[in-house]
Design a protein around this ligand. Structure first.
Ligand SMILES: *Cc1c(COP(=O)(O)O)cnc(C)c1O
Length: 396
């Protein structure tokens, strides 16, 4: 656990109590699921007044595309967790990511984007944004070269903390201090922390983007995303989401609200499991390196200690001295680690990454990269599974 225990304790209480009605007792612990497209209004005058407030950007029970009571509660929970001004929910994490680009970039603008972002975000930037005459440059996944790459037309710095797969950490307060005087919006994909162990807006970013599909849901059966904004970025984010018709199903919001209540203790248990698995990998002859911000040899471990209150179940192992076919045989022969994308559910997962495309600008030659998500199975069973499969990686 990082040296931020007080903050972590406060977060746990927020997770349980935020976004729940405090008055009107008795009320059910979990507020009822509200499904609606159409809301009925009492009079034409009232309906018009509600519509006017709605068009001005207010959150109203007017028409279900903007949300219902269920999604509003999840917005409130995420806003409070992240220390933002407002949140917009989207049908997927990726839809929340792209909402941010669509909100803050126009033709002629320039984007600085981390080389460590989630791969589908890179595909969006490369294809869609280029078509819109929006220029972009990658910056290192740790953000260390941002200052020299800012142009007069740079409007958005888009980061992921930590970076996907290799978990590089960025110094958000330092980057915000550079961006703010120039009026550049700073957005951070904070899915790894899921609103629980790290809060980019509290550290100076304008926007925090989350895939709620991962730990906030926690059960691998919902796709949902959110973008949370501070006060200065809120209007633009909110109106863009209205223009685009960005929305999320109340059923999915209900599931994620329920999952979020236990997210802190689940994440901590995922972390404990991951630490045990990492111990197993450490020192094995076929392991070149283990990527996990909590490890003291992480190049920016100090930032993790300063800016995070915990880690989670996700880590990547870089192998050495093994060919691609052996790596495939190794993961194929695991029986408790499912082969699958995504993470954050109760089950252990494994995925072979493409080490040749994982970073575009860092100039490193990576060995085979295998990403694990430590689930809640008995740790002895998980280790026995690894022990049995490791014969595929040679004798040790
Ligand atoms: C999974 C993920 C996303 C996309 O989320 P979906 O809900 O699957 O669309 C975005 N960013 C990061 C860092 C992710 O891990």
């Amino acid at each position: 656990m990082a040296g931020n225990d007080d903050k972590a304790h406060k977060q746990r209480s927020v997770l349980i109590h935020a976004g729940r009605p405090a008055s009107g007792l008795p009320v059910p612990v979990n507020p009822p699921l509200v499904r609606a497209s159409t809301y009925l209004h009492a009079t034409a005058e009232e309906m018009r007044a509600t519509e006017q407030r709605r068009l001005g950007g207010a959150r109203e029970d007017y028409y279900g595309r903007r949300g219902t009571g269920t999604s509003f509660q999840l917005e409130d929970l995420l806003t409070e967790l992240e220390g933002g001004h407002g949140a917009r929910l989207a049908s997927s994490g990726l839809a929340a990511n792209t909402l941010v680009f669509l909100a803050f970039l126009r033709p002629g603008d320039h984007l600085l984007i981390s080389d460590g972002v989630y791969a589908p975000v890179k595909r969006f930037v490369k294809s869609y944004l280029s078509d819109q005459q929006i220029a972009f440059d990658y910056v290192r996944a740790d953000g260390s070269d941002i200052e020299g790459r800012i142009r007069s037309n740079t409007k958005l710095i888009y980061l992921e903390n930590p970076g996907s797969v290799l978990f590089e950490l960025v110094d958000i307060p330092a980057i915000a201090a550079i961006a703010k005087p120039k009026g550049i919006v700073v957005a951070v994909d904070s899915t790894w922390a899921s609103g629980v162990t790290h809060h980019p807006i509290r550290l100076g970013a304008d926007i925090s983007v989350l895939s709620a599909t991962k730990y906030l849901c926690g059960a691998s059966d919902v796709i949902l995303g959110a973008a949370v904004a501070n006060e200065s970025a809120w209007k633009r984010l909110n109106e863009t989401a209205d223009w685009l018709g960005t929305c999320a199903s109340p059923d999915d919001c209900y599931q994620v609200l329920r999952g979020a209540r236990s997210a802190a203790i689940r994440i901590e248990e995922h972390r404990r499991q991951a630490m045990r698995l990492i111990e197993w990998f450490a020192g094995k002859p076929f392991v070149r390196k283990i990527y996990y911000p909590e490890l003291e040899d992480h190049p920016r471990h100090e930032i993790w200690k300063r800016d995070f209150t915990g880690s989670c179940g996700l880590f990547t192992v870089e192998l050495r001295g093994v060919d691609a076919a052996s790596v495939d045989r190794f993961v194929n022969s695991l029986s408790l680690f499912g082969l699958g994308s995504s993470w954050g559910g109760f089950e252990s997962l494994v995925r072979v990454e493409n080490e040749r495309t994982i970073r575009s600008i860092d100039g490193e030659n990576y060995g085979p990269l295998v990403r694990f998500h430590a689930g809640f199975e008995d740790i002895r069973d998980l280790i026995a599974d690894l022990d049995a499969a490791a014969v595929m990686l040679g004798k040790y």
